[in-house]
Design a protein around this ligand. Structure first.
Ligand SMILES: O=C(O)c1ccc[n+]([C@@H]2O[C@H](COP(=O)([O-])O)[C@@H](O)[C@H]2O)c1
Ligand SMILES: Cc1cc2nc[nH]c2cc1C
Length: 337
């Protein structure tokens, strides 16, 4: 796990990101135009097929190998009473994932995806970011590297999610650091905190901003200082997918927050990603709006675990089933108006 040995090296890797394959995109767009349907009538499914084609570099995209990665981390900020659940639940849920008992186990199987759960030193919480950086540089790079290395052999699609009690506060802090506003603008009820818990979350974010000050203007520093290992790993996986030209589905507020630093480093940094759903966590819609990302689903979900993203794999499967399988007007002898 030594892909990046310094933050400077990581920063360089976030520059000059590969572009999508325009030729495949054009071929896919042309194909959409001659399939037996009124032009545009499959709405966003058409856009999704072209998007997949452009990143996979093939006119007819495939979803034979879909890899779901769920990264788990523990957070020092949980000491401040920011979650409705105790910090031990993170390790308990990792065991549940391993035994097949969580929502994501069912949804990954149902979506025909391979699930890999990657716990990141979950017995060692990060430092409480209201008083000091959550991770030192080595811990940060280790987590980024684990995520980066998880994306191997160019899968057809990567689906990202996480587990980490306290991490909606982490996502709020990172969003607030990079997009501005106050803690109260970004926090929500997460696993179900009461009004006082919500207030403690807002204060934790505000205290983090005071503690770290200008250092938060650098996206990678912000991720190291107020992020967490699972967010750093998701960031690494998103970057690796981009380098390998693999499309990515993001899940809820936490996975979108992990992607945010790449958008801040390069305005097209998230072109290979799609927001699978908008979670019920208040900050997610605000974050998606800031990123100008349009989520595929809005089901009031707020579980994390890549659950919303896995559901959206089925929509992608529908998009490519039509794109690859439909007859053209000429093939079917249908008049094309
Ligand atoms: O990503 C989301 O939109 C999301 C919204 C609410 C809760 N979660 C999940 O719930 C946990 C974090 O909630 P909390 O209240 O402990 O901050 C963590 O394990 C996340 O996977 C995730
Ligand atoms: C039970 C439970 C399951 C989860 N899955 C993702 N985050 C979670 C938080 C809790 C509390």
């Amino acid at each position: 796990m030594t892909h990046f040995t310094s933050i400077d090296q990581l920063r360089t890797a976030c520059r000059d990101l590969p572009a999508p394959d325009d030729t495949s995109a054009e071929q896919a767009r042309d194909r959409q135009g001659i399939l037996t349907k009124p032009p545009g009538s499959l709405g966003k499914l058409e856009e999704l097929a072209v998007w997949l084609a452009s990143w996979q570099g093939r006119e007819k995209p495939k979803l034979d190998r879909v890899e779901v990665f769920v990264f788990a981390g523990s957070h020092g900020v949980t000491n401040r009473g920011v979650s409705a659940f105790p910090a031990e639940v993170t390790a308990q849920m990792v065991a549940n994932f391993e035994h097949g008992g969580a929502a994501i186990n069912q949804l990954a199987r149902q979506a025909g995806a391979n699930l890999t759960v990657i716990p990141l030193d979950i017995d060692q919480p990060t430092v409480d970011f209201t008083i000091a950086p959550a991770m030192d540089e080595q811990a940060f790079l280790d987590a980024v590297n684990i995520g980066y290395e998880a994306v191997k052999d160019r899968p057809d699609l990567v689906v990202l999610g996480e587990m980490g009690i306290g991490n909606t506060t982490v996502a709020a802090a990172l969003s607030c650091a990079l997009l501005g506003g106050e803690g109260a603008d970004w926090v929500g009820r997460g696993t179900g905190v009461d009004d006082e818990g919500l207030q403690r979350k807002a204060s934790a974010v505000d205290d983090a901003k005071t503690c770290h000050g200008n250092a938060l203007s650098d996206p990678l520093e912000a991720l190291r200082r107020v992020g967490g290992r699972e967010l750093a790993a998701m960031f690494g996986a998103i970057l690796a997918a981009r380098h390998a030209q693999v499309p990515v589905l993001l899940d809820g507020f936490v996975s979108t927050a992990a992607a945010l630093p790449l958008a801040k480093l390069d305005p097209n940094g998230l072109a290979h990603t799609w927001a699978a759903h908008v979670s019920a966590e208040a900050g997610h819609r605000r974050l998606l709006d800031a990123l100008q990302m349009k989520p595929l689903l809005d089901l009031g979900m707020r579980l994390g675990e890549a659950s919303g993203a896995c559901l959206a794999v089925n929509i992608l499967r529908g998009a490519i089933a039509c794109h690859n399988g439909m007859a053209t007007f000429a093939e079917a002898g249908v008049s094309d108006g």
